[in-house]
Design a protein around this ligand. Structure first.
Ligand code: URA
Length: 242
């Protein structure tokens, strides 16, 4: 059970003071009855709450898939740069969501944004080994030797020994290569540093998959949508079965 005013403030209906006034004015109904007590305890998932006669869409958690554009940082706040949270509509940002893991400022693609701390933890904790798939463009020819080196575990510039990673070549010629890289970790600049270790440079990076969740190609850069129930189940399934 939660206080009615807290439920409404979590959904962005105003400050606690404003909500108290709203409730006192008789504009809030719970299960068909006008309530005037802002401290009323309710089971928000189970009752029908109406504000100005309209039923509210109550939920505790929000799960967003964004196609992150280049130039914004994966953080909730930044002194200089626009953040992925700045790209959200007010009705979504009231849930106080945060990005799950980080993509570099210049990396594009799939970013999950949620306020579900437990899911965040399970998707980012190394012990769950969640696959992250990136599409990358590389400045040189990527070959079988690189595939083997990734399979055996790349050693980064700081001596860190990466877990085995999968490298698939889409095409490769003297102008450069297009590849898919699958990693299970999320070290700082990991994919870029893995290629540096084999004397190559990532010139473009986009995440396309995380666990069972695939980037919706209909989302333009900077656009986002909520996950479907099915996608959410799939995503939660990954860590329960591993
Ligand atoms: N690896 C990188 O180097 N950068 C990212 O943004 C994600 C993975």
């Amino acid at each position: 059970m939660e206080r009615l005013d807290k439920v409404l403030s979590n959904l962005g209906y105003g400050t606690r003071k404003e909500i108290k006034a709203l409730i006192k004015s008789g504009e809030v109904e719970v299960d068909g009855k006008v309530v005037k007590d802002n401290g009323l305890k309710v089971k928000a998932e189970e009752c029908i709450i109406k504000v100005f006669g309209e039923e509210i869409n109550y939920r505790k958690y929000i799960y967003i898939m964004m196609n992150k554009p280049d130039g914004v940082v994966s953080a909730t706040f930044d002194n200089y740069d626009e953040t992925v949270i700045d790209l959200l509509e007010y009705e979504d940002s009231v849930f106080k969501p945060f990005p799950v893991g980080r993509l570099d400022k210049d990396t594009e693609g799939l970013l999950l944004i949620t306020n579900d701390g437990e899911l965040n933890h399970r998707l980012t904790s190394p012990k769950w080994h969640v696959d992250k798939v990136y599409y990358a463009e590389i400045n040189k020819i990527v070959d079988e030797e690189d595939i083997k080196a990734f399979e055996n575990g790349i050693v980064l510039d700081d001596g860190y020994n990466c877990l085995p990673a999968k490298l698939e070549i889409i095409n490769a010629d003297k102008n450069g290569s297009e590849v898919y890289v699958t990693v299970q970790e999320g070290k700082f600049h990991q994919v870029k540093r893995m290629f540096e270790a084999v004397d190559k440079e990532v010139v473009y990076l986009k995440r396309v998959k995380m666990g069972n969740l695939t980037l919706d190609e209909n989302l333009e850069l900077g656009q986002y949508r909520e996950l479907s129930d099915e996608e959410l189940l799939c995503l939660k399934d990954v860590h329960e079965t591993k």
